[in-house]
Design a protein around this ligand. Structure first.
Ligand SMILES: [Fe+2]
Ligand SMILES: [Fe+2]
Length: 329
């Protein structure tokens, strides 16, 4: 078996029942085919697997099958730091994309909110388990279909921002994550033609687009999520200096969670532009935002820059402002 094609998996994800991929094991430095696709795993097998403490592998090409198999188990892997962060973030992102399908199919159903909460809970657990997750989550940005990735990116980045600003309070992080995930959900109520249009929008089309924050608020309220999350939906296109939509608010009139989502929202939209090379697009996005920095709450924009650039000096600045922000929320 050529080693390059194989990817290690976590032994604990293999449970009783049939498997839909070939399972390999490494025994005394040699790779062997342990069970073939379709094989029924029994309790005895699992016991023997555990007794020998072997490492397990699957073919790279079976990754999709394995994910399907592991979806129900991903919840127990997310904060297991024995597994490489890259693998966990990949698994998390793939499973979350699948969950996002349900949300986008009909955002009003109880399943939609159930799946949304699972998505956010898993990001929060992942981030709290391993603070270095920052890098991986930011790097996942914009690699796949925009609708999915934008919601998931803004979700995970909002959690990272909230963690940086407010610490490990799980309730706060869940709110931030849900706000990020749901902020554009109202776009589903606007015609596809306008949403997908490349090039300049007509005035009428722009008037249409401007309705999406109100629709987001309505969907979020429908699920009885907190007023903070509702407001993040409604006000994420308001500018700190004024002149945004739909209510033309400015400064502290805009709730802090909406200001946070607004910063992350613009950053993700900019980094998703394919005209930039991977390595420079983060910096380019920050430059563009810096030129329009009046539009953003400066504390929140600094926090974003800190996460992107990882400057230790800024952390101290935030620490002293944390109290102020907490009161503002
Ligand atoms: Fe939006
Ligand atoms: Fe957005």
């Amino acid at each position: 078996v050529p080693k390059v094609d194989l990817q290690q998996i976590v032994a604990s994800t293999i449970t009783k029942g049939s498997i839909n991929f070939d399972l390999f094991a490494k025994r005394q430095g040699r790779m062997i085919l342990f069970c073939r696709k379709g094989f029924e795993i029994t309790d005895q097998h699992i016991e023997s697997l555990q007794r020998h403490g072997l490492s397990y592998f699957i073919r790279q090409s079976d990754w999709g099958h394995y994910l399907q198999y592991a979806e129900g188990k991903v919840d127990q892997l997310i904060d297991n730091t024995d597994i490489s962060e890259e693998m966990r973030s990949q698994m998390l992102h793939t499973v979350n994309r699948k969950r996002m399908d349900t949300v986008l199919r009909d955002p009003y159903t109880p399943e939609a909110i159930e799946q949304s909460e699972l998505i956010v809970e898993n990001y929060v657990r992942f981030i709290l388990a391993d603070k270095s997750a920052v890098k991986n989550l930011f790097n996942l940005a914009s690699l796949d279909a925009y609708t999915y990735s934008h919601a998931l990116n803004v979700c995970s980045m909002s959690i990272l921002m909230a963690e940086q600003l407010f610490g490990d309070d799980e309730k706060v992080l869940l709110e931030a994550g849900l706000a990020g995930l749901m902020h554009d959900i109202g776009k589903l109520k606007i015609s596809d033609e306008i949403i997908r249009k490349n090039g300049k929008l007509t005035e009428d089309e722009f008037t249409e687009i401007k309705k999406h924050p109100g629709f987001s608020e309505e969907i979020i309220r429908h699920h009885k999520l907190s007023p903070d999350i509702q407001q993040a939906g409604r006000f994420h296109h308001e500018n700190y200096c004024g002149g945004g939509y739909p209510d033309n608010l400015h400064g502290d009139q805009i709730p802090v969670l909406a200001r946070l989502v607004a910063v992350v929202d613009v950053y993700d939209a900019l980094t998703s532009k394919r005209s930039y090379k991977n390595e420079i697009r983060n910096i380019e996005a920050l430059k563009v935002m810096h030129n329009e920095s009046r539009k953003f709450d400066s504390t929140l924009f600094n926090c974003l820059m800190h996460i992107v650039l990882k400057s230790p000096d800024l952390v101290r600045q935030f620490a002293s402002r944390r109290r102020i922000l907490c009161t503002a929320s």
